[in-house]
Structure formats: structure tokens, C-alpha cells
Design a protein around this ligand. Sequence first.
Ligand code: UD1
Length: 420
Amino acid sequence: MDKFIIEGGNRLGGEVEIKGAKNSILPILAATLLTEDEFVIENVPLLRDIFTMKKVLETLGASVSFDQNVISVDTRGTVGYEAPYELVKQMRASYYVLGPLLGRLGRARVSLPGGCAIGPRPVDLHIKGLRELGANISVVHGYIEGFADKLEGSYIFLEGTNGPSVGATINTMMAASRASGNTIIEGAAMEPEVMDVANFLNRCGAKIRGHGTRRIEIKGVKELSGCRYRVIPDRIEAGTFAVAAAITKGEVFLQNAEGSHLEAVLKKLEEIGVSISRERNGIKVKMDKEINSTDIETGPYPGFPTDMQAQFTSLLSLSNGVSLVRDKVFEGRFMHVPELVRMGANLRRKSDYVIVKGVPFLSGAKVMASDLRASAALVLAGLAASGTTEIRRIYHIDRGYENIEKRLQSLGAQIWRRGE
Ligand code: UD1
């Protein structure tokens, strides 16, 4: 298992290219199973999660090949209907094949993902959406099994007690695109990745309207066809590099970053004292002041993304006051907190929030990564800390950031990957 060694204290400067959005590509790859054809997806980052989805598709009978950042998928011929536990446990998003397999074959068997470091992750809304389209869904021997002679369009209210679900909205939308008749998803998630998947499906011949709002209308079609599609830039990667610039008092240009997908994050950075300039082909981030404290509460898009909560907790650890960071989407997503405390942060966790009392400096320590964004938070803290930080279990970070150490090095960071 690899680890990162970081010598903190360098200001970051220069330009970094933001890669394609992991959370768009995963469902888009699954959506290729909806029909028998060839697809070319551009702007695909080389990430562990994408390679896991490639394996899932191959296990189901599709052929998948990479050429740099372009992925080709051929779903002609027979496909299977089972996504096994061995793959799903590596990546929860494997459940995205459920909707497409039901849409194409009327049959799917997908392992339940099980526990997750960021807290309970139920799948009841995925099941609800697909049942409302007429699928017969049961949970047997740790698997979700679905059958449908025919999927029928329906009116579906999909919002859960924690708000709308990105995954359930996308799974239901994919299946509904091949149902007979019209579907309305009320209480839909509005995240840019939901929009991206809908745009991809429409490019393939689907008839989806209203994506990007709380109400999505889908007119089912008999056939979809292959297409070529370029995914949007990853807003969470852009946000993470923006925090890297801020926490090291640096100046970084985020090439290709899409400001309109990141408004809540950029506004918070401005409150903290960071200067942000939105330019035609990216965003410039510059920090030369002390870090102001501020409160953060995560919420569904366009709210502050839960996927940026851990990184902001690192940043606010070095602020000039007291901040309250609340995660209302994943209430248990605080595995980074005890690790940041080991680096000298003054954090007190209570139920779904953390009280962050700013300290003047962090000091390097040996810490353990627990999940993707918590790992990013530890890297950011290490970049700003004095001395050496050693981060173990960094395979988590490879799930969501391509070559992060190389890209940080090119901005002037001292970070190295070492075998343990
Ligand atoms: C996606 C993202 C993840 C991000 C999250 C919230 C992918 C691959 N992952 O995860 O990075 O942190 O959106 O923006 O795109 N819920 C239910 N029942 C369900 C499904 C979800 O109660 O059936 C709850 C969840 O526990 C959570 C909330 O709904 O509290 C939102 O979760 P959801 O949007 O579904 O997250 P994911 O799609 O799993």
C-alpha cells in the first residue's frame, strides 16, 4: 500500500488542468448498457473508480478500451445482468448499472454495497424509483434483484428525508428513458452531474427535459443509439485545488474549471478572504491575507457540497476565529476530524457538526486516510503544516484524483508517493 510524504510550508503557484467529472462519468459508463451500440466518452480521468466501472462493464459483457483520456465502450451483443459483490464493495457507484440493465434487459442483480466510512448510505430511493416504473425489486442474499416485463412511465416523488438523491435520480432517469410512456421525477437532484448524464442520454436519443431543476420529465423511447460525448469538468477537484491554493497562501489558475458549478464554494472562499477571478477558460485563486473563519452547512446543489466539507475543515483549522461546519447530507462524514486533531487542529465534533477553533499553525504527523475526501483534507493540511506529514491508505485518494501528487508537485508542493 502506498503512502504520501509531504514536507509542508511551500506556497503553491502556477496552473493546473481540471479533469473530467468522476461523478458524471461513472453513471454515463453505466448508461451505455441501456442499448447495443458503440460510445466514445472524452475527458475521462484515469482514476481507480473509473477502472472499477470498466471492470463492472466488462463483467457484464461489454468491451471497454482507453486511449489516454478517451474511453470507448461497445455494448453490442449479449450482456449479463449481475454485478457481483467483489466489484460493488470496491465502489458503491456500481449500483448505477441497476437502472440501465432493467431498462434494456428487464432483469438485474446487483450486490448491495454495504457499509461506508462516511456513514449509512441507504438505497431505498433507488429501489422506490425503479419500483414506481413497474420493476419488481427484492433484496435477497445481499443482492438487489429486479425484474420487469415492461417498464412503464410514472409520476415519482423521489425526495428522501435527507433531501434529493443524486444516485436515485440518475438511476431512475436512466431506466425511465427506455420505459413506455412519460415519467415525471419530482424532488429530483439538480447537481451538474445529473444534468450531464441527462445531456448524454439526450445525445443518445432520449427525450429528457427539466434536468437541472427539481422536476425532470422523461418521454420514454423504444431505442437509444451510441454517441460521442465530452463530460463536464470535475467541480470537486477544482474546489480541492482552490483550497490548496488558499491554505498555502498561493496563487493558482484552475484551467477548465467551471465557475457556475462551484458558486457556493467560491462564495465561501471569498468570505474567507480568498480572491477569486472567474475567467473565460478557468478560475484564478489567490490568497494573501489571513484566513477568516466562517460557518458552513452542506446541502444538495446548489448548496455547499458535502464533497468539499472535509477540505474546508482543514482550511478553517488555520483561520483567525471560530467556525461551525455542519454536514446535513452525510451526518457522520467526519473521519478526518481525529486525524486533523493529531496535526494540531482544534476541532470538537458534536453529532452532525464540528466546532473549528482556528490555530496559528498545524504540524506534520503520521495520519491515516479513511475515505476519498478525508484523504484530500489530510493532503491539504499536510501542504500547510510545518514539518513532515505521512498519510497512509492513500488508495482512497486515487479513487477520485488523477496523479494528485504530480500535479501538486508541478505547483511547487513537496509531496512524494512511497511504497509502505
Ligand atoms: C453522490 C456522489 C457523492 C456525493 C453525494 C451527495 C457519486 C458517485 N457520488 O452520492 O460523491 O457526496 O452524491 O452530493 O455521484 N439517500 C437515501 N436513500 C437513498 C439514497 C440516498 O436516504 O436511496 C440519502 C443519503 O444517505 C444522503 C442523501 O440521500 O443523506 C444524498 O445522497 P445521494 O445524493 O444519493 O448520494 P450518492 O448518489 O450516493
